[in-house]
Every structure is written in structure tokens, then in C-alpha cells.
Design a protein. Structure first.
Length: 135
């Protein structure tokens, strides 16, 4: 599930989202616990929100296609959002499964890289060890 993540230490996500066409899947605020199960633990240092970009399986190819469509629809707003001085980070996070291979490589299509670049958005891959994996 690819998500757009937007954050900043002085960013007011709730205020921003009042007039945005983006629909958040979560909103987080600086000063709140990083883990709800540990309310006295580490606190978030930035406020922001996430938006679900793709519900596709954890393969980069399918998520990248959805991300290209998402960027095509929202590119102008995302370019404006990423240029706001209070926004410090805007990225697309693509979760994928760790494969049982010697070397794992993933490919971002040039269409996605160009669209993300125009909008000022970084690209991130998060690799997860899935159930049944021993390494």
C-alpha cells in the first residue's frame, strides 16, 4: 500500500486539509506519542498526514502505476504543498516484501520519477520481512 507522507515541525496538517482535495488516511501531530501503546515513550517531532495512494499488492510495479495516476490528478496541489515553507518532507513510500534472493533491486518507471520530481516529492522503498521469512 503506497502512501503519500507530508510532514513538518511547524506544519498544521488539520488547517491545510480543510481546503485540500487530498483525503488523509491518517493525521499525526508533533508532541504525541510515536506508539500509542507507549504513551510515555518517544514523541513525534513533526506534524503531518498520510494519504493512501495505492491499495495494490506489495509489488512496486502495481503501486507505481497507481502512483503515476495519483500524481497526474494531484500534481499541481502537490507541487504547491511541497513548496510551503512549513512543509519539510513530502514523499511517496512504497512498501515491498523482502524476497529470498541474493540481491534485491527495484525499478521506478521514468514516468513516476519525472512526475514526482516536478511535484517536489521524494521516493522511498520500505522493505518488510514477511511472515515465514527467516532472514
Amino acid at each position: 500500500m503506497c502512501v503519500l507522507r507530508v510532514s513538518g515541525s511547524r506544519f498544521d496538517p488539520q488547517g491545510y486539509l480543510r481546503t485540500s482535495k487530498l483525503r488523509p488516511s491518517s493525521v499525526f501531530l508533533a508532541g504525541t506519542p510515536r506508539l500509542m501503546a507507549k504513551p510515555d515513550g518517544m514523541k513525534l517531532t513533526r506534524s503531518g498526514f498520510t494519504v493512501t495512494v495505492s491499495d495494490a499488492a506489495w509489488t512496486l510495479r502495481d503501486q507505481a502505476q497507481d502512483a503515476c495516476s495519483f500524481l497526474a490528478v494531484h500534481e499541481a496541489e502537490l507541487a504547491t504543498l511541497s513548496s510551503l515553507p512549513e512543509v519539510e518532507d513530502v514523499r511517496l513510500d512504497f512498501p515491498i516484501e523482502k524476497r529470498d534472493v541474493l540481491t534485491q533491486s527495484e525499478y521506478f518507471p521514468s514516468e513516476l520519477v519525472r512526475a514526482a520530481g516536478r511535484a517536489g516529492i521524494g521516493l522511498e522503498i520500505t522493505i518488510y520481512l514477511c511472515a515465514g521469512d527467516e532472514t
